[in-house]
Design a protein around this ligand. Structure first.
Ligand code: 2HG
Ligand code: ZN
Length: 457
């Protein structure tokens, strides 16, 4: 018989430690995905690593599953609790320590909000260069657990690059302090990497020492209008060779731009429509010859250059607002895929041609961090199609999409993770041997399989 874990949690931590109100159960049991209905048992709000450790130990002793929950902005169901799990919210663990200017580091708890970390670092002329549209709600713990990407990966790389030390709690309550603030530490297995990007299935990140970078210099933001996909990659080739620093190279199709403009009630910066647009952010000064060359060679059809921070923000909104605008416009079937950049154009051409032949009524919305080879492919349900039919067709479309991904040696998840939603697709990217090792590792860190169960594999 299942022990009364609710009573045990109350006895151990007192009634203010947890909540079971229907609103909290619904809110803290979900992320931004809408596929699984949240159904957690109880939401706990620890205030320290020690409390997380005691809670995990208690759940482990009684065989109760646990789901860690950060800012709940994930798009793969990695933080969804749909099977009466105990949810650990990090909302009361948001402390941010002082910036160490010599080391260029900052300590914080897992619940610290990404934007708050940016603000803390900014006053010292530094930044934690992990940045995306959800920075106002996503948390450091969630970013680490998912090895979050975002819009500046082309310059700074993924979250993994910006984590020096980690405090991790295992399911049996054991606390691991990993690497401290060491830049160099060649002493065998780097355990940090086991917990970064593995969505909390091996251990729960409770604290981190983050590595900071100098604040980027003032930047220029351009939105280029391009005649076709080939030009998106030709333009990227020129960007690869420039002698100034590029912060972002982001792409969106005309269909995406229209959805954002309509949803956000913005005016198009161009008088005509163009098949593709590319947003480039680069540090000043940008080479004028490069810019002029783009027009002289006919590489770009049109361009706007932000004349003020406000205009730059507006151009960014046209790219960063796509996910939210699509979600507000219709039912989406979403993918976040990665391809070797050299094969990306061929992949998009082949796959979209197949899609048009198979199901001409389903519109693909293509956008993403093209400079990283990371594409967000969203399929929108046509108004005339019912949901089961749309889901059935998407399953078929996926077979073809993933066959192409496999052919071009891509990945089924670039930055959003696997969670619950992409679990059945893992086999397209990882071999059975690799998946077997991931599962064996689970038995080392969490032999009873209680930590974020059902996620990834
Ligand atoms: C982005 O790059 C996010 O805007 C969300 O990763 C992507 O909603 C999406 O498909
Ligand atoms: Zn993205």
């Amino acid at each position: 018989m299942t022990p009364d874990i609710i009573k045990l949690i109350d006895q151990e931590f007192g009634p203010a430690f947890s909540s079971r109100t229907p609103e909290d159960l619904k809110e803290y049991g979900k992320d931004w995905t809408k596929v699984h209905d949240p159904d957690p048992l109880i939401i706990c709000f620890p205030q320290s690593t020690d409390e997380v450790s005691r809670l995990l130990k208690l759940c482990n002793q009684h065989g109760i599953a646990v789901v860690p929950s950060g800012g709940r902005t994930g798009l793969s169901g990695g933080a969804v609790a749909a099977k009466k799990e105990v949810v650990i919210s990090f909302e009361k663990m948001r402390k941010i320590g002082a910036v160490d200017e010599l080391a260029q580091t900052l300590w914080c708890e897992a619940g610290a909000v990404t934007e708050a970390v940016h603000l803390a670092a900014k006053t010292h002329g530094l930044t934690w260069p992990i940045n995306f549209a959800s920075s106002g709600s996503s948390t450091v713990g969630g970013n680490i657990a998912t090895n979050a990407g975002g819009v500046k990966v082309i310059r700074y790389g993924l979250t993994r690059n910006w984590v020096l030390g980690l405090t991790v709690v295992l399911m049996n309550g054991e606390i691991l302090k990993l690497n401290g603030s060491l830049e160099k530490n060649n002493t065998g297995v780097d355990f940090r990497q086991i917990f970064i990007g593995t969505e909390g299935v091996y251990g729960v990140v409770t604290e981190a020492i983050l590595k900071l970078a100098p604040l980027p210099k003032e930047s220029e933001v351009f939105l280029f209008a391009l005649k076709d996909l080939a030009k998106v990659f030709e333009l990227f080739k020129t960007v690869r060779r420039v002698n100034f620093t590029v912060n972002a190279y982001e792409c969106l199709s005309d269909e995406c731009l229209h959805v954002v403009l309509k949803h956000r009630k913005l005016a198009s910066p161009f008088s005509d429509s163009h098949p593709y647009y590319v947003l480039v952010e680069a540090e000043k000064p940008v080479d004028e010859n490069w810019l002029q060359g783009l027009f002289d060679s006919g590489l770009v059809e049109d361009a706007v250059q932000a004349q003020s921070p406000k205009e730059a923000q507006n151009l960014w909104a046209m790219r960063e607002g796509i996910g939210e605008s699509l979600a507000a416009t219709g039912l989406m079937h979403k993918h976040d895929i990665a391809l070797p950049i050299a094969r990306l154009q061929e992949f998009i051409e082949n796959w979209t041609r197949d899609l048009k032949t198979q199901y001409s009524g389903i519109m693909p919305y293509i956008f993403g961090h093209i400079g990283d080879g990371n594409l967000h492919v969203n399929l929108m349900k046509p108004a005339s199609m019912d949901v089961p039919e749309f889901r059935r067709i998407c399953t078929q479309v996926d077979q073809n999409l993933f066959a192409w991904i496999q052919k071009y040696e891509g990945s089924v998840s670039a930055e959003h993770g696997i969670g619950l939603l992409k679990k059945h697709l893992l086999c397209y990217t990882r071999t059975p041997e690799e998946i077997a090792i991931m599962m064996k590792m689970k038995t080392v860190f969490d032999p009873k399989g209680l930590l974020n169960p059902g996620k990834i594999f």
